[in-house]
Each structure stands twice: as structure tokens, then as C-alpha cells.
Design a protein around this ligand. Structure first.
Ligand code: PDD
Length: 279
């Protein structure tokens, strides 16, 4: 595949960054994952708005304006294979030697973009894949609102998820539902859709916002508020949302069935709306 690194287009295996890059040494970097359906970027403005916010919250210089970002990402799609692609975009604070926690001002950020062909759910299997989840104590830092590459907490949690035999982890902070290890959480109770409200603990998912838009469009009731662990356990349906997973039904939580244990009617409705409006 062809990647972009600091102004150059290169074969992926020829792209290299300095060992003194602060992204490598400190995880001092932010990122986005963006999808293209049929070579059209989905919700690009929302991803770029979030990127701009992550950069300003971390004080990393934004190397480009919105139009330049759009141009670069569109070029990346053109240069790579696959009608459906998953774009990875990362901006680190830059290279600084010797290693020290405090950063010098005016570093030149390291910009990296790559793309992978994406198999859509419908291509992966003819049937909808329901998934199982376990709840875990959220051990990550308290600025989950920043899409940072410092992901050691998520990496360790994901390992625990797979060791438990489940597909996904739902993270609990002081008894309250936060989000998935790399997704947002929704639940359905008595035909009402509920999702934890935005805070410093969780990421404002682009997909989460899309679900809100679909709810308003189709007149479905959606509530944004604190959600307790017992409420999650007692839900009729649970969904996880993210750019790459879209909207995924969870039919088993902590080895117990969610609701009836089958994929729920509101998920089916929402997934159909999602497919209708995602292109
Ligand atoms: N993950 N919460 C976390 C912690 C995430 O990492 C993600 C995305 C989301 C959902 O955000 P969005 O709907 O904008 O994709 C929520 C990406 C896809 C990833 O790390 O691969």
C-alpha cells in the first residue's frame, strides 16, 4: 500500500520515522480512523473537527487547514486499493532529542496516513454477527475525550477481553458505564435508546453522533445520561458503535443473555437506517 509521511508518498515498507519521535517515545500523538465507502469519505468533516480538537487540547500544532487535510485524504484513497477503505491518520508532536518529558515549543509535527482495504459486515458473512461482551473496570486515563495514541490501557483491557473468551469489553468507571474499549455503548430499555452522556472519560464518537441523527430523523426516543452497571445488565438490547464496526449488537454480557439473547428489533431497525444513510 501507499502511505503518506511528512510530505511524501511512499510504499508502506519504505516509510520510517526517527526513534526520537515523541509519538514513539511517549505516545505523544493523536489519531483518527476514517472510512471510505465506495471511495467516498464518510463523515470527514466530523473526523476533522475532532482531530482539530484533539490537537488543540494537546497543544500539538495542526499542520494543515481543513481543505489541505481533505485533499491529502482523498489522494490517499485514490492511491490505494479497495472501494471500501479504512484510513488511519496520525499526528505526533514531532522529533525531539534528547528524550525529556517536557516538550520544546514549535516542533514540526510528524504526519502519517495509511489505508487498508475494508471488508464490510455484509461481505464478511451473509449473517449478522452478534457479539459477546464482558464488563471491565476502566483503567485508562481520565482524558478519553482526546483521541490519543497512548493506548496502553486499552491494549491491556483488550487482552483481558480475549482471555475471557468474549469479543468486546464494556468499561465501567466508579459503577457507571463509560464506553467500549474502542467503541461507544448504547442500550435499549422499553423501546427507549439510552447512551452515556459525553464527559472527559469517553470519546465523542462520530458514529455515536450519526446514531443521534438517525434517531431524530426517524422519531426514535434517545436519552443521553449517566448509565449504571445494573441498568446495563438489565437492558433489552446493547449496541456498540464505531467507525469500523458500525453498529454491533451485543447478545451476551458477562456470559448471560442480553434481553431475550437474540438480536433485538430496535437494532435491526437502526442497522437498516444506518445502511440507508451511510453512503
Ligand atoms: N475507535 N471510543 C473509543 C475509545 C474509540 O477508540 C472509538 C473509535 C470510539 C468510536 O468512535 P467513532 O465512532 O468516531 O469511530 C469510541 C477507532 C475506530 C479505532 O481506534 O479503531
Amino acid at each position: 500500500s501507499t502511505v503518506y509521511l511528512n510530505g511524501e508518498w511512499l510504499p508502506a515498507d519504505q516509510a520510517a520515522v526517527s526513534v526520537f519521535d515523541r509519538g514513539f517515545l511517549f505516545g505523544d500523538a493523536v489519531y483518527e480512523v476514517i472510512i471510505a465507502y465506495n471511495r467516498q469519505l464518510f463523515r470527514l468533516e466530523q473526523h476533522l473537527a475532532r482531530l482539530t480538537r484533539s490537537l488543540s487540547e494537546t497543544g500539538i500544532q495542526n499542520p494543515f487547514g481543513i481543505h489541505e487535510w481533505r485533499f491529502l485524504i482523498e489522494r490517499l484513497i485514490e492511491l490505494n486499493e479497495g472501494d471500501n477503505q479504512s484510513v488511519y491518520l496520525q499526528v505526533s508532536r514531532g522529533v525531539s532529542q534528547p528524550r525529556r518529558h517536557n516538550y520544546p515549543l514549535n516542533l514540526t509535527p510528524t504526519v502519517f496516513l495509511s489505508s487498508n482495504p475494508l471488508l464490510l459486515k455484509s461481505q464478511r458473512s451473509s449473517q449478522i454477527k452478534a457479539c459477546s461482551a464482558v464488563t471491565l473496570e476502566d483503567i485508562r486515563w481520565s482524558r478519553g475525550d482526546i483521541k490519543s495514541t497512548s493506548l496502553l490501557g486499552s491494549v491491556l483491557l483488550k487482552k483481558q477481553v480475549f482471555e475471557s473468551g468474549a469479543d468486546e469489553g464494556i468499561l465501567i468507571r466508579d459503577g457507571w458505564v463509560a464506553e467500549g474499549t474502542a467503541s461507544n455503548v448504547f442500550l435499549v430499555k422499553e423501546s427507549k435508546i439510552i447512551t452515556p452522556k459525553i464527559s472527559d472519560w469517553i470519546l465523542t464518537g462520530v458514529t455515536r453522533d450519526f446514531i443521534f441523527e438517525l434517531c431524530f430523523r426517524y422519531g426514535l426516543v434517545i436519552e443521553e445520561r449517566d448509565v449504571s452497571l445494573p441498568e446495563l445488565v438489565d437492558a433489552d438490547e446493547i449496541w456498540l458503535t464505531s467507525t469500523t464496526a458500525e453498529i454491533r449488537p451485543v447478545t451476551e454480557l458477562n456470559a448471560c443473555p442480553v434481553g431475550t439473547g437474540n438480536i433485538g428489533p430496535l437494532w435491526k431497525k437502526m442497522a437498516a437506517y444506518y445502511d440507508r444513510h451511510k453512503a
